[in-house]
Design a protein around this ligand. Structure first.
Ligand code: HEM
Length: 523
């Protein structure tokens, strides 16, 4: 109201001056005043998410001077804020100021309606790049094309049958490296062991041997992701006009640049060679080959392909590490599942060897992993999109252009309306559901997505790497199950609480696991 009164007065003055012929310094001063007010007003609108005033707000909204404090509040209390919003508005929507953007948290009842929306209307890539400050973190590389998505959907998934044996080799190698043989018991941090095994097995399919075991590469594969998040976390509290000035001075930016430089040195020539002299008789079984084969137009440049491959390390390594670590913690918490899971693994590997057929038959393990993921979600929110064109939903709800939408996937996974006894860990919950009908057999797999199961998103742009992720996690866990007995140390029987920060949920990285080598361990 105050602004409106200023505008009215100023415009009246301006017209008054022109009418009286008193145009001159005063007109210019008024015009300047008008410009300043308009800028300030528009900054205020964007700060307050003015266009979204009709959406109920949950949590705090920033004013002029407390934007950083509101982000900090979400980082500390995100779980409580989202859960309270979900309880009140799970059938409609609410607005939350997250650590990056104000986002509309939409009810999952809309997911089937919007999951097929074209990318010109709802965009995962634009949302991801903007939320993670792509200009400063290199993530804007995903905007040049869909290559990073296409190679996962096509070559990675269709080659899975050839990848199980190499992943198994790699898992065995990295486990043996970290848990020395010949010692009855090794106690070590579970997260760290899993991170190294997953970084190694993922690298095998990203860059192939021998580079996949190269220390320099592995440091990049793990460190790049961490520094992308370090840079965006450091810059977020500052207004956009200050970010280009501050970014070059951050130690995380410098580290990120070094990771990119090292990746270019290690991979640049490989891409170059693969594109210059493709040899149809000597096909590699990795992303270097698949990206070089599929890149078109501007993407056919080694430095672009290197950045896209780095994006894949970000999408793959830490997500799968979290899932595997959570499942390992659940094996230690519920040891009664270990024998049936081990028996199943022995049976199917005895029948099919280390093949995709064996992986697909590990239905008890599939269920155990999905239950572990349900209870220990990768994050509070998923199905993130930027609205590029205003979208009117069938019930008349309007999602305005330039807003960001998301879904409260963690709350959805713990909702009694979706799951009976939702806080109870029931490792064979999904196995039992799969037995109900042919349709249920498809709907309740680790890789299946739907309105009540959104950790991989849903629809056209659901995670394209999830089939690989499922196979890889199974190979790593079965290697552990067949070789070791696992437990927490010192009589600990329950898993440590998860670590919540903003919308992220992760396992406790300090938790020790005791690996006791089994006498009947199987290769
Ligand atoms: C447990 C492990 C994983 C989880 C929980 C996960 C989760 C997700 C989610 C939530 C999305 C956004 C989808 C949406 O909003 O609809 C996504 C996108 C993506 N994921 Fe995964 N992911 C995992 C593993 C992987 C792996 C192993 C790869 C590749 C090897 C991968 C590649 C991708 C790519 C390329 C995208 C971006 C898609 C795009 O550009 O539109 N992910 N993932």
């Amino acid at each position: 109201m105050l602004y409106a009164r200023y505008f009215t007065k100023m415009i009246t003055n301006l017209f008054g001056l022109i009418r009286d012929g008193g145009v001159g310094v005063q007109v210019l001063a008024s015009l300047l005043f008008f410009a300043v007010c308009a800028t300030v007003f528009s900054a205020y609108r964007s700060l307050r998410g003015y266009d979204l005033e009709w959406v109920p707000l949950v949590g705090r909204a920033p004013g002029w001077f407390n934007a950083a404090a509101v982000k900090q509040d979400f980082i500390a209390n995100g779980a409580k804020i989202i859960e309270s919003g979900y309880r009140r508005y799970k059938n409609s929507m609410f607005l939350v100021y997250t650590a990056d953007m104000p986002r509309i948290v939409l009810s999952a009842k809309y997911v089937d309606e919007i999951r097929t929306a074209p990318e010109t209307v709802l965009s995962v890539r634009e949302g991801m790049s903007e939320r993670h400050l792509g200009k400063y973190t290199t993530l804007d590389i995903i905007l040049t094309s869909h290559l990073q998505n296409d190679v996962c959907k096509a070559q990675l998934t269709s080659n899975l049958k050839h990848l199980i044996a190499p992943i198994h080799d790699e898992a065995r190698f990295w486990l043996a490296r970290q848990i020395p043989t010949g010692r009855p018991q090794v106690t070590s941090r579970g997260y760290e062991i899993v991170l190294n095994v997953v970084a190694g097995t993922t690298s095998r399919i990203l860059v192939g041997p021998p580079l996949s075991r190269n220390e320099e590469w592995l440091n990049v594969a793990v460190g790049y992701t961490l520094d992308v998040f370090n840079v965006s976390t450091a810059l977020r509290p500052y207004p956009p006009f200050l970010r280009p000035i501050l970014a070059p001075w951050l130690s995380s930016t410098k580290r990120l640049q070094r990771h990119v430089q090292t990746a270019n040195e290690l991979l640049g020539n490989m891409f170059e060679k693969q594109m210059r002299e493709p040899d149809p008789n000597k096909k590699r079984l990795d992303m270097i080959q698949w990206m070089a084969d599929s890149a078109r137009g501007n993407d056919r440049k080694p430095d672009i392909l290197v950045l896209k491959l780095l994006f894949l390390t970000l999408a793959a390594v830490h997500t799968s590490t979290m899932s595997t670590t959570h499942t390992l913690f659940d094996l230690c918490t519920f040891p009664e599942y270990i024998v049936p899971l081990r028996t199943e693994a022995r049976r199917v590997i005895g029948k099919h060897g280390w093949t995709l057929a064996a992986i697909n038959e590990m239905k008890l393990l599939d269920s155990f992993m999905k239950e572990s993921q349900r209870i220990n979600h990768p994050g509070l929110l998923s199905f993130n999109r930027k609205v590029l064109q205003t979208l009117r939903l069938s019930d008349g709800t309007v999602l305005p252009a330039n807003t960001f939408i998301t879904m409260a996937t963690n709350s959805i996974a713990r909702d009694l309306e979706n799951y009976s006894d939702p806080d109870k860990f029931d490792g064979f919950r999904f196995y039992n559901k799969r037995k109900l009908s042919a349709d249920d057999a498809k709907r309740h797999q680790f890789v299946s997505t739907g309105p009540d199961s959104l950790p991989f998103g849903h629809g056209k742009f659901a995670c394209p790497g999830r089939f690989f992720a499922a196979a890889q996690i199974k190979v790593v866990l079965v290697n552990i199950l067949l070789r070791y007995d696992v437990s927490f140390s010192d009589g600990q029987t329950s898993r440590p609480p998860n670590v919540f920060s903003g919308e992220g949920i992760g396992p406790d990285r300090e938790q020790a696991i005791v690996f006791s080598e089994r006498k009947d361990s199987v290769e």
